[in-house]
Design a protein. Structure first.
Lengths: 313, 268
């Protein structure tokens, strides 16, 4: 056999044997199923131990934990959006998200986006997020301890208080603190004043998201702000549509449970769509709402207006 | 001097013959694969992560070359008995040690230079792909020349690791030399713990021992400025100069020790 022939035989044998090994593995996995890897297992939970073990490669380890946090959050959220049943209660609560972000920021304490995105993820309401504004604030406070000059973290804390806790006094206080950091944008001062005076109304919310959209450094943050602006527009549209639905219901003396009577009465050809282009729905109680399939779902709870105590006489 | 230079060139040629530079291909594949995958996984942090990954890979590959080639520099000559032929030539023993060290450090320098160039090329490509918003949001420019500071300190750190490996290689077996060198590499990154040992133990003797180890063992943690550079933090010229001078002093001490041991070694 020539040298070339021997190589050809070797290549064929290697191919056959590798194929056989893969097939045997498949057979074994079928006969003796491998337990799925627990997605929320962390392997290492102590940030200080991990910092030591990573030696001079902490930044790369932080990147790996960051990718893991993104996949964990995104994967769980995708399962929710696809309507899949999540049997693991920890997964349903996004229980590993904060520890993953904590490890990431302990390994690389200056990982700016891990604080900012992490806080957005943590505060996101269930089931699209863990609904943990307290942990979002804790993460941002950790970032602030590392970099007290980052007005963005203060703005984000104010935003969590504003949007997810409806604590407008705390939000206004954090916006004020952020505005006093050298280099902070001018509009934070007016945002603090508006929040304190009119916290919770759509106008001040719109102003806040518009400011965030304009100042966003990262496309993702800009898209998130645009999504929230879309939600605010949807809230206005829902109010207008609800008034029409109520009028049709009172005229017909029957509850309106779908769009057909409204479309007939109003002469519409299509069901009105939300700013994301997904048609609105009417629920069993006759309330107009965004569809669960809309990227705007779930809508934020309409916050109550702030009670500003009258000055003592 | 000429003999030392010839020895160094010979070590470099031998490294090339041993396909040491093949790791550059692995490095390139790693960066290209990471560029493709990371864009889809990191929510706009791809340039930061490529910098982290590129600098870490430069260091890891360098450590493996420094240790696994370094431990064989002298012991391989002894094992093969080619040391007798070498000693019969008009060359001093200290020149052999120095030449071998410089040859391997030269190999590492070529490696690092090519890896740094590849990293900048990949970053330039990623910058070209990125939107204006992403580029504006970066803490440090994509093609930040300050990364060269991190690479320079990695080079000095690798030169220390090479000197450690060579030092052990002059009197120990390759396996033991590798174990001891890796041990010192790891211990060198725990210097802060050794320094602050008195805060976790009550024993003054143990604290003194830890403090002594802190001064004697190589403080490799101080050569790690990768994270600072990636985050756009300033690394001062003074810090660079002091750290490099510390590295040079430590290397010189190790080389002198290696030369003394090798000069007194009996090969009969």
């Amino acid at each position: 056999m020539t040298g070339l022939g021997r190589i050809a035989v070797a290549v064929v044998m290697i191919g056959l044997l590798t194929g056989a090994a893969i097939e045997l593995q498949r057979l074994r996995d079928r006969s003796f199923p491998v337990r799925p890897v627990e997605d929320d297992s962390l392997y290492l939970t102590s940030p200080s131990s991990l910092r030591r073990m990573a030696l001079a490669y902490r930044a790369v380890a932080a990147d790996l934990y960051w990718i893991r946090a993104l996949q964990y959050f995104g994967g769980t959220r995708r399962m929710v959006e696809a309507g899949q049943t999540i049997t693991d209660p920890n997964r349903r609560r996004y229980a590993a998200l904060f520890p993953l972000l904590d490890l990431t920021t302990s390994l690389d304490p200056r990982f700016n986006l891990a604080y900012r995105f992490g806080a957005i993820f943590l505060a996101e309401p269930a089931p699209r997020g863990p609904a943990r504004p307290d942990l979002a604030i804790a993460l941002l406070m950790k970032g602030l301890a590392e970099r007290p000059d980052r007005w963005e973290y203060m703005q984000d804390i104010g935003f969590v208080h504003y949007w997810w806790r409806q604590d407008y006094k705390a939000a206004a206080e954090w916006f004020r603190r952020a505005s006093e950091v050298p280099g902070a944008p001018w509009w934070l001062k007016s945002l603090a004043a508006t929040t304190l005076a009119q916290g919770g109304d759509r106008l001040s919310s719109r102003m806040m998201w518009e400011a965030i959209r304009q100042s966003a450094e990262i496309d993702w943050l800009r898209h998130d702000a645009e999504r929230h602006l879309g939600q605010l527009r949807a809230l206005d549209e829902i109010d207008a549509l609800q008034a029409i639905v109520n009028r049709v219901a009172s005229q017909s003396a029957q509850p309106v449970l779908d769009w057909r009577p409204v479309m007939r009465a109003a002469g519409w050809r299509t069901i009105p769509a939300d700013p994301a282009g997904i048609p609105y729905e009417i629920d069993e109680r006759g309330r107009v709402q965004v569809s669960r399939s809309s990227p705007l779902w779930p809508m934020p709870a309409e916050p109550p207006r702030i009670d500003v105590a009258p000055p003592p006489s | 001097m000429r003999a030392t230079a010839l020895m160094a060139v010979n070590v470099f040629r031998e490294s090339v013959r041993d396909k040491v530079l093949y790791n550059l291909v692995l490095f390139a594949v790693l960066l290209i694969a990471a560029t493709y995958l990371i864009g889809q996984l990191t929510a706009g942090q791809d340039i930061k992560i490529i910098k982290d990954l590129g600098l870490a890979a430069t260091s890891v590959f360098g450590v493996f070359i420094a240790v696994f080639i370094g431990i064989g520099l002298v012991s391989k000559e002894v094992e093969r008995r080619s040391i007798y032929a070498l000693l019969a030539k008009p060359i001093e023993r200290h020149q052999i040690v120095l030449g071998k060290y410089l040859g391997l450090v030269g190999t590492l320098a070529v490696n690092l230079a090519v890896m740094a160039a590849a990293l900048y090329v990949v970053l330039a490509y990623m910058r070209w792909l990125s939107s204006e918003g992403t580029i504006k949001a970066l803490e440090a420019p994509a093609l930040d020349p300050a990364m060269l500071k991190a690479i320079a300190l990695i080079f000095v750190e690798l030169s220390i690791v090479t000197a450690i490996a060579l030092f052990f290689s002059t009197f120990s077996t390759p396996i033991l030399s590798a174990t001891l060198t890796f041990g010192l590499f790891v211990a060198g990154h725990f210097s802060a713990d050794l320094r602050n040992f008195d805060q976790v133990v009550d024993s003054p003797a143990a604290a003194r021992l830890a403090r002594a180890l802190y001064w004697v063992l190589p403080n490799l943690a101080s050569f790690d400025v990768k994270a600072q550079v990636v985050h756009g933090q300033h690394v001062s010229a003074g810090y660079m100069a002091l750290t490099m001078a510390y590295g040079a002093a430590y290397i010189a001490a190790l080389l002198i020790a290696a030369m003394v041991i090798f000069s007194r070694r009996d090969f009969k």
